[in-house]
Design a protein around this ligand. Structure first.
Ligand SMILES: NC(=O)C1=CN([C@@H]2O[C@H](COP(=O)(O)OP(=O)(O)OC[C@H]3O[C@@H](n4cnc5c(N)ncnc54)[C@H](OP(=O)(O)O)[C@@H]3O)[C@@H](O)[C@H]2O)C=CC1
Ligand SMILES: O=C1O[C@H](COP(=O)(O)O)[C@@H](O)[C@H](O)[C@H]1O
Length: 508
């Protein structure tokens, strides 16, 4: 069920973070837990145990996490002892995931906490590790008595969930042999973003949009998820992934689900998940021989961004000098159902693009009859709704207005709902929301096994075609641009263009 309020706190919880010494924990997980604690949303009793092979003492581990708080958290250490108090409940367990004896140590930690707290604890196992370690860890966890408790033990699995359809199916099979589906939380952090969750409110708490939210009124939908950084130090991971696996299979398909799903009859987890699975199932499978018409790939070259010289992807650490892995992908999808038949969903994502932005645009059709003389307006297709997911958080409804003056001159204007103008409190980070949900036992905003598999099915023809046909033109875009020219052509040849947002309220 989607949460309505937080009158209840999570039950006393022991939280193990596999990959505790890793990047994700330092950047996102510990800052999220610290912010939850500062907001009074952590359980009354909790213990966080980071694991890894690195030789940390508890003190050194906390120092390492504090650096992450000061660099990445929305709240820094406040100098009033908050971090020190919080971090007393954080410790480190040095372990190798393939050593069964180390899981015995985990069992002891759980029973020690329970003895100290005088209650039976809930346990959350967060797997912030590379996917190849997941089978080993889960098989060992399955031997712990505690993990069999359906109501008290949960396991969070980071993306990527599998490498392709086959491996995702295998992973699902393995997990569901050992755990109940209700214990498995497949995380997609985009689903924890405030602006993404707000799509449900926008669509289903207002009578205004739903009547026109269909093929009769909508010309097309587009989603841009653009980053201004390269692969940084994740070249090793990215070489096995690429933009399609890294962003489209999960985050972007989930955004499509939020925009395209039918109205749920309740906010029960399975109701929402069923509605999303319906969308994924209805996405037209692109035939291999048609991939070139529907999808474009790119890889960044070296170049200059804001006076700084950037390396080509092929020069990044951990990347093969002749790599054919894509750092940019654009795809045109169709959803074959009554609501969306023939409405294209154009999506694009990439590293080292011109702007950091995640933007959903719903472009409405033209007015059926334009009685104004052509010289009244240069702009057509003026009606559009843009949902800025990040970094700006706003929704803009664009429509034509009369420019003040003695002539009937039209120009598009925006009605803007901006988070910062409407709410004083800072927005929680996605990982805060999702970690709290996992502790509360609320799987609504996590992916069910079937969704992950259908999402792989959707992109598999593209993946296979690209893997079998190495690109001849890589690298094909410079850092600081909007990607390869073919991506412009993908949409331009249908008389449309990619939309980016000028600053708030200045749009002309
Ligand atoms: N970093 C990010 O921004 C994001 C990451 N993710 C996902 O999260 C997961 C982790 O990513 P990230 O933190 O970046 O990766 P890192 O490489 O930074 O961390 C990997 C972690 O795994 C641990 N580890 C590796 N092998 C073993 C082993 N044999 N036994 C015990 N621990 C081991 C490492 O510990 P040690 O080195 O101490 O042995 C380390 O803590 C990945 O699946 C990634 O795709 C998802 C979204 C964003
Ligand atoms: O999952 C991932 O997401 C990030 C982008 O996340 P955002 O919240 O900053 O939009 C991306 O950089 C990374 O490659 C990918 O693995």
């Amino acid at each position: 069920m989607l949460k309505i309020n937080h009158t209840k706190k999570p039950a006393p919880t022991v939280l193990f973070i596999f990959g505790g010494s890793g990047d994700l924990n330092q950047r996102k997980l510990t800052p999220a837990l610290y912010n939850l604690w500062m907001d009074g949303l952590m359980p009354e009793k909790f213990s966080i145990i980071g694991t890894g092979r690195t030789d940390y003492s508890n003190e050194k581990f906390r120092d390492h996490l504090l650096e992450g708080i000061n660099e990445f958290s929305r709240r820094k250490s406040d100098g009033n002892g908050s971090w020190e108090k919080f971090s007393q409940q954080v410790s480190y367990l040095r372990m190798d995931v393939d050593q069964p004896k180390d899981y015995v140590a985990m069992a002891k930690i759980i029973s020690d906490c329970e003895a100290e707290w005088g209650v039976e604890a809930h346990v959350l196992f967060y797997l912030a590790v590379a996917p190849q370690l997941v089978p080993e860890i889960t098989t060992n966890l399955n031997k712990l008595e505690k993990s069999k408790d359906k109501n008290k033990a949960r396991i969070v699995i980071e993306k990527p969930f599998g490498h392709d359809l086959k491996s995702a199916e295998e992973l699902n099979r393995l997990l569901t042999e050992m755990f109940d589906e209700s214990q498995i939380y497949r995380i997609d952090h985009y689903l924890g973003k405030e602006t993404v969750q707000n799509i449900l409110a926008l669509r289903f708490a207002n009578a205004l949009f739903e009547p026109i939210w269909n093929r009769n009124y909508i010309d097309h939908v587009q989603i841009t998820a653009a980053e201004t950084v390269g692969v940084e130090d994740r070249g090793g991971y990215y070489e096995r992934s690429g933009a399609l696996r890294d962003m489209v299979q999960n985050h972007i398909l989930q955004l499509i689900c939020m925009v395209a799903m039918e109205a749920p009859v309740s906010f029960e987890a399975d109701e929402i998940r069923n509605k999303k699975s319906d969308v994924l199932n209805a996405i037209r499978k692109i035939k291999k021989e048609e991939v070139q018409q529907y999808a474009v790939r790119g890889q960044y070259s070296q170049g200059w961004v804001q006076g700084q010289q950037e390396k080509a992807y092929r020069e990044e650490k951990g990347v093969a000098p002749n790599s054919s892995v894509e750092t940019f992908a654009a795809v045109k999808f169709y959803i074959d159902n009554w609501r969306w038949q023939d409405v294209p969903f154009y999506v694009r994502t990439g590293k080292f693009l011109k702007e950091k932005t995640t933007l959903i645009t719903v472009q409405f059709k033209e007015a059926p009859k334009y009685a104004f003389p052509p010289e009244a307006s240069e702009t057509w297709r003026s009606n559009r709704l843009t949902i800025s997911i990040q970094p700006e958080m706003d929704i803009r409804l664009r429509f034509q207005a009369k420019r003040p003056g003695q002539t009937m001159s039209l120009n598009p204007v925006n009605m803007v709902f901006s988070y910062s103008d409407n709410y004083d409190a800072p927005q929680p980070e996605a990982y805060e929301t999702l970690l709290l949900d996992a502790m509360m036992g609320n799987p609504t905003q996590f992916m069910r096994g079937d969704q992950v598999e259908i999402a792989w099915e959707v992109i598999e023809p593209i993946l296979e075609t690209w893997e079998n046909r190495p690109p001849v033109d890589f690298p094909n875009y410079a850092p600081g641009t909007w990607g390869p020219e073919d991506a412009e052509a993908l949409i331009a040849r249908e008389g449309r263009n990619w939309i980016t947002l000028p600053p708030k309220r200045k749009e002309g």
